[in-house]
Each structure stands twice: as structure tokens, then as C-alpha cells.
Design a protein around this ligand. Structure first.
Ligand code: SAM
Length: 170
């Protein structure tokens, strides 16, 4: 399952060993684009409406779930992660690529200020100061290896630059 699939940018990256992807996307326009991307994908992808906080899938139905730049935007992070945990089978894997809080006090302070003011209004509900690895662990996942880096790497450090890429297990 991929949650918050957007326009389906990730679909070409699913390897052929993947037998089926259920892609959940709440926005009508993005879901339409994701539908087109699904038709070009090398693996079967079904795009459906829904939100992370109420996933349209039964308990334990998936081997793996993907979130890519989504936990910054969901309305309720604990509810979204509880849902992701629910739809994964025991031992199933959450794969995440998210931006979050900076590890430097100056930028972290700026991020908190932006999140209280203009950033969510300007960027579709996005927040910059969330802490995905800690939130994933608090939701009951066993955090696997992850790495932290900036996007753009070596470029200007923006409020959305600090990123994490990794896995966690149910
Ligand atoms: C920055 S985009 C990322 C899109 C895609 N995952 C990617 O990596 O290109 C954030 C996505 O999260 C979706 N989104 C926002 N709130 C959501 C929610 N509550 N549940 C699921 N998806 C949500 C948006 O519609 C959008 O597609």
C-alpha cells in the first residue's frame, strides 16, 4: 500500500517482484494523475480515494506500506500511523521518506514558528517540525535503519530540507 500517493511519482520505482499496490490518494486531481501513472507502471497499481486516518483496507492485508512526504501533511499523525500499523501484517514493513525537524536549534526554532503561522497555509497543510522517526516508534513500530540528509544535498538549507529515509516493522 502507498498512502498519499500524489500524482503517482513513485509508481515507476516499484520492482517487478511487487504483486500489487493499493495507492490511496485523497485529492481528486492528484488521484486522476495517479490513475494515469498507474496505467504506465510495471506492476499492478490500483488507485483509490481515502485518507491515512481511515485507510480503506482490512487488518493485516499488506506486506509493506510506503509513505513519501505525507506524514508532514496528515491531519492526525498518531491516527495515520495506527492505521498504517493496522493494515500491515505482523512483521510487515513501513518504508518512509519524510522531511521533518532540523537537528540544529536555529532552524528548528524557525520551523516551529513557520508551522504555527504561514507554512501550512502556503503548502497545503504541510508542517516542517514534525519528527517522523520518533512518531513512527511511538505508534508501536520497531524502527529499522534510517538515514538523515538534506534536500537539496549541499544546497541552501530550507525549512523542508532535513529528510529521513528508512524502514520500520510492525
Ligand atoms: C507532498 S505530496 C507527496 C506525494 C507523493 N507521496 C510523492 O512522494 O510524490 C503529499 C501528499 O499527501 C496527500 N495527503 C494529504 N493529506 C493526506 C491524508 N490525510 N491522508 C492521505 N494522504 C494525504 C496529498 O494529497 C498529497 O498527495
Amino acid at each position: 500500500m502507498e498512502v498519499g500517493a500524489g500524482n503517482g511519482l513513485n509508481f515507476p520505482h516499484y520492482p517487478v517482484g511487487v504483486t500489487e499496490v493499493l495507492a490511496v490518494e485523497p485529492e481528486d486531481r492528484l488521484r486522476e494523475l495517479a490513475g494515469k501513472a498507474a496505467r504506465r507502471a510495471a506492476v499492478p497499481v490500483t488507485v483509490v480515494p481515502g485518507t491515512a486516518e481511515a485507510l480503506p483496507a482490512p487488518d493485516g492485508a499488506f506486506d509493506a506500506a510506503v509513505v513519501s512526504l505525507v506524514l508532514c501533511t496528515v491531519r492526525d499523525v498518531p491516527a495515520a500511523l495506527a492505521e498504517l500499523r493496522r493494515v500491515l501484517r505482523p512483521g510487515g514493513e513501513l518504508r518512509f521518506f519524510e522531511h521533518g525537524a532540523a537537528d540544529t536549534p536555529g532552524l528548528a526554532r524557525v520551523q516551529r514558528g513557520l508551522d504555527r503561522t504561514v507554512w501550512p497555509l502556503l503548502f497545503g497543510g504541510c508542517h516542517t517540525s514534525r519528527v517522523p522517526p520518533a512518531e513512527i516508534e511511538e505508534a508501536g513500530f520497531v524502527l529499522g535503519p534510517y538515514r538523515s540528509f538534506d534536500v537539496p544535498e549541499g544546497g541552501p538549507r530550507l525549512p523542508s530540507s532535513p529528510c529521513v529515509l528508512g524502514t520500520a516493522r510492525r
